[in-house]
Design a binder for this molecule. Structure first.
Ligand code: NAD
Length: 409
């Protein structure tokens, strides 16, 4: 298992949350929903999630070809097309023709829209495919993205965007040359609970944020092919930080709405030969100009956690689980009072984060609204991850005072 698979909850826990939500959170939420608020000064504007418009009459849905039919593609992305409003599955790209044919027949993809990694470039001649969605091992993202842009397609690319800043830049440049959109698969930006947490923070309800702490762990099985490439540096670009800790890096940036000016990190020594090439446990601290700090931890040998603690002047907040596929939870804590803001059945309409992410790219293209997950966003995470690795290797803080990350590179 990786990337914190679903967080299913027992019925007793759901019932307990039902009572908590009905008794406490409903009241609090009622208030927050009606309040007109202005973001505090220290928070720079950043695009906020907006509802997706229905597909205009007569417009055909946006066709994606999925590149790589591994665990994440098969278990999460392909089924999510069923709930999309704008997007549809139009093609498959795989190194395994038998698997591709089986998946194609299950999802009604015509044989002519199946490609191999070798004839992938022929996709340029297929008008049913508007974009490719790259769900391959990390080091393969950049080359496939560049090939897709050359073929005149938009690109959705899984996180981490690439294994080097140079490759991220190559992808951004190729998108610009082709005048096509590049989006990174930061699904949490489309998770309704995360969106509610961001809205609550941006509305100033917690007060000024002072610190964020985050943990992202999971036990990696190398008996599973998904685990094998994750511990090969040439394919993964790094260990738990590239795979799981990236949620903490991106999440700290998103929650604080500020870029760190200095990074310090430490990596644990592992005697386990599995972690010969990449790190198992790594911890990092970001220092911000506002005086805030963020601290993160990731590991491949600790049981699954995905948490954000948010310490702020008025209230503290907790996202736990934070990055699950479903059933994430956000609560604010003041003294002994806990307000749960996340019970989906009461306060937040059910929304499948995967379908919302797939719909976002055509929605951005059709409406001109800003993308929530640009290539620049993905590249900044890789820059910071490289700074974390550098600090861990040199045992010294690394300056990351690079100016506005949204600038055109
Ligand atoms: P996986 O190992 O299950 O699938 C990888 C696919 O790539 C397989 O179909 C494999 O055959 C193919 N492949 C092509 N060339 C390969 C090569 N040289 N070596 C190994 N495999 C090769 O991996 P996954 O868990 O599906 O992850 C794929 C990507 O998706 C990664 O970038 C990962 O970070 C990302 N991911 C994201 C999330 C998320 O929640 N956003 C979750 C899981 C994975």
């Amino acid at each position: 298992m990786s990337d914190n698979d679903t967080h299913q909850q027992p019925a007793s826990q759901i019932r307990r949350r039902f009572l908590q939500a009905a008794g406490v959170a409903g009241l609090v939420l009622g208030k927050s929903a009606s309040a007109q608020t202005t973001p505090p000064d220290h928070l720079a504007p950043r695009p906020s999630p907006q509802p997706i418009r229905p597909l205009p009459e007569g417009r055909r849905p946006f066709g994606y070809a999925i590149v790589g039919l591994g665990k994440y593609a098969i278990n999460q992305i392909l089924p999510a097309f069923g709930e999309c409003q704008h997007a549809r599955l139009a093609g498959l790209v795989s190194g395994d023709p038998q698997k591709a044919r089986k998946v194609a027949s299950a999802y009604g993809v015509p044989e002519k829209n199946i490609y191999s990694y070798d004839n992938f470039d022929d996709i340029r001649n297929n008008p049913e495919i508007d974009a490719v969605y790259i769900i391959l091992p990390n080091a393969l993202h950049a080359d496939f993205a560049v090939r897709a842009f050359r073929a005149g397609k938009h690109v959705m690319c899984e996180k981490p965007m690439a294994t080097s800043v140079g490759d991220c830049q190559r992808m951004i440049d190729a998108a610009r040359r082709a005048s096509k959109q590049l989006m990174i698969g930061y699904r949490c930006h489309f998770d309704p609970i995360t969106q509610r947490a961001i809205q609550t923070i941006r509305a100033g309800k917690l007060g000024k944020l002072r610190a964020v702490t985050t943990e992202n762990t999971d036990v990696l099985s190398i008996d599973d092919p998904s685990g094998q490439w994750r511990v090969k540096r040439s394919l993964s670009g790094g260990g738990s930080l590239m795979d799981l800790g990236i949620y903490g890096v991106n999440g700290a940036r998103y929650l604080l709405n500020e870029e760190p000016i200095e990074v310090s990190a430490i990596r644990a020594e592992s005697t386990n030969p599995v972690f010969h090439e990449v790190e198992d446990i790594i911890s990092w601290t970001f220092r911000y100009r506002s005086g805030a700090l963020a601290h993160g931890n990731s590991s491949f040998t600790a049981a699954a956690t995905s948490r954000f603690g948010i310490q702020a002047e008025k209230l503290s907040g907790m996202l736990n689980p934070a990055t699950g596929y479903y059933n994430n939870r956000f609560e604010t804590v003041a003294g002994e009072e806990t307000h749960i803001l996340s019970d989906p059945m009461f306060q937040i309409p059910a929304l499948n984060q995967f379908s919302a992410q797939l719909d976002h790219l055509p929605d951005v293209l059709g409406s001109g609204k800003p993308s929530l997950a640009t290539g620049e966003e993905g590249m900044q995470d890789i820059r910071l991850i490289q700074a974390i690795y550098q600090s861990a290797a040199t045992r010294r803080p690394v300056s990351t005072d690079w100016g506005d990350w949204r600038r055109k590179a």
